[in-house]
Design a protein around this ligand. Structure first.
Ligand code: PEP
Length: 249
């Protein structure tokens, strides 16, 4: 039985004060939710404030990126140990915006996934094809390359500790959601690759869908066998809409 993960990626939105106001409004709305792993991913400066507010609520906090080193002369970067110390338990890695604007590659994402696991963080490893790749019939080749690269050298027992997020780039922030069938097709393909990689433990890996998830489309996505949650951008910025997504049942 896979516990669904609903994660909100705030991207570069909200000051620490705004993040705290969100947490205060959001917690009462999801107080009764037990069977969902709820994750909030604020920008780095708000992690500690949000983590303090959600402590003992069952809501988790993620960073939106990490560096792969523990510490060092890497100006502007933040290590997994620092993120964990600030109160995060999860970290998003390899988001398409990092790939597009900040030169993230399968290789750098893989180093980050391994560093996150070593620090005891749950990586939410993102992958997904562009519109041009989908139109060219390359979706499966692209996501296969990304998952093989991103999870390279992850030891078998660590497999189920990784959360995978399938986020077709054409669906992120566009208002165009993959149909539940399109998403399920890729998720099932990814599950097959995870089985090759991790054997029966692949059944425990949560595979999230991301791309214009909203309160009115989450339930049909979640009804699919291999869709184990969602990574939500825009609709996670308001407490009421994100709470409605969390309470999709
Ligand atoms: C995201 O940022 O990961 C995302 C899926 O964004 P949106 O929900 O806004 O498409």
């Amino acid at each position: 039985m896979r516990v669904p993960v609903i994660a909100g990626n705030w991207k570069m939105y909200k000051t620490a004060g705004e993040a705290a106001a969100f947490a205060k409004a959001f917690l009462p709305l999801v107080a009764g939710v037990r069977e969902v792993e709820i994750v909030l991913a604020p920008p780095f400066p708000s992690i500690a404030a949000v983590a303090d507010l959600v402590r003992r609520s069952g809501v988790f906090v993620a960073s939106q990126n990490v560096h792969f080193a523990d510490e060092g002369a890497y100006t502007g970067e933040v290590s997994p140990r620092m993120v964990k110390d600030a109160g995060a338990s999860h970290c998003i890695i390899g988001h398409s915006e990092r790939r597009q604007y900040f030169a993230e590659t399968d290789d750098s994402a893989n180093r980050k996934v391994r560093a996150a696991l070593a620090a005891g963080l749950t990586p939410i490893f993102c992958l997904g094809e562009t519109l041009a790749e989908r139109k060219a019939g390359k979706t499966f080749d692209v996501v296969e390359r990304q998952i093989r690269g991103g999870l390279k050298d992850i030891p078998g027992p660590d497999g189920p500790k990784v959360v995978v997020a399938y986020e077709p780039v054409w669906a992120i922030g566009t208002g165009v959601t993959a149909t539940p069938e399109q998403a399920q097709e890729v998720h099932a393909f990814l599950r097959g690759l995870l089985k090759e990689r991790f054997g029966s433990a692949a059944a425990a890996v949560r595979i999230l869908y991301g791309g214009s998830v909203k309160p009115d489309n989450i339930a049909t996505l979640m009804a699919k066998e291999d869709i184990d949650g969602a990574l939500v951008g825009g609709a996670s910025l308001a407490a009421d809409s994100f709470a409605r997504i969390v309470k999709f049942k």
